[in-house]
Design a protein around this ligand. Structure first.
Ligand code: UDP
Length: 241
């Protein structure tokens, strides 16, 4: 039987990873595939927390560029992550995976509020915990949420599933044909080189708390499991130097 390298992980799914080719909203076949891949981890005995983004529905920056108040626009983004989280919960429960959604902004009729100890208890009972509504604060991102929650629940790694790239490159591979893919990289290198894998707040938080990150493509089915088994896929980011 395959043995997982990690006991507890945070899986970061960007909103776009749920949108599929259409680039907006939620594509049922894509979210079902993601749910199936998450189930594979649960079946391996891994404790899985998921942080879901909202960029497939709304980004605060877009609203602010349109002249909206930035904080308000960001709250809309956080609400978008709640929609995605409920959709993922539904897909997981359809294939008999037990889940709990916890939101950083209270909405008790919809989901539990975020309570760290309760989240850990759910994980110990092998329930998938989906963290919704980001950090609950404007001016932050769901990447930062993943870093923060990973530190709080003492996850061993953040698995960053991307829909448009299969790792960290020296330049944008869709523009620069000479872009080189890194096998490993330190957070400091990533910050110094300005590589836009995650925002700098999230990178610093991961660096300061020694949380490794695996960046890989979700478009290839089975990749989340490969990452958890410690196979060399994508790019591993860790450490200061
Ligand atoms: N957001 C926020 N605070 C947070 C997390 C998210 O204000 O702690 C807002 C922000 O406006 C962001 C939107 O929610 O643009 C969607 O999140 P994100 O862009 O991180 O989603 P992703 O790119 O992963 O789909």
């Amino acid at each position: 039987m395959s043995v997982a390298k990690y006991k507890r992980v945070v899986l970061k799914l960007s909103g776009e990873a749920l949108a599929g080719k259409q680039g907006f909203g939620i594509e049922p076949s894509v979210i079902q595939s993601v749910a199936k891949q998450v189930k594979e981890l649960v079946d391996l005995g891994v404790e899985v927390a998921v942080v879901v983004g909202g960029g497939n529905i709304w980004r605060g920056k877009i609203g602010s560029e349109m002249g909206m108040d930035r904080a308000n626009a960001d709250y809309m983004g956080m609400l978008a992550t709640v929609m995605n989280s409920l959709a993922l919960q539904d897909s997981l429960e359809n294939i008999d995976v037990q889940t709990r959604v916890q939101t950083s902004i209270e909405m008790r009729q919809v989901a539990e509020p975020y309570i760290r100890r309760k989240a850990i208890r759910h994980l110990e009972k092998k329930r998938v915990v989906i963290f919704a509504a980001g950090t609950g604060n404007p001016y932050f991102s769901t990447d930062t949420t993943a870093a923060l929650r990973a530190a709080e629940i003492e996850a061993e790694v953040i698995l960053m599933a991307k829909n448009n790239v299969d790792g960290v490159y020296s330049a944008d591979p869709t523009i620069d044909t000479n872009a080189k893919k890194y096998q490993t990289l330190s957070y400091l290198e990533m910050l110094n080189k300005g590589l836009a894998v995650m925002d700098s707040t999230a990178s610093s938080l991961c660096m300061d708390n020694d949380i490794p990150l695996v960046v890989f493509s979700i478009m290839e089915e089975g990749n989340i499991k490969r990452a958890v088994l410690g196979e060399e896929i994508g790019t591993v980011v860790r450490g200061k130097n």
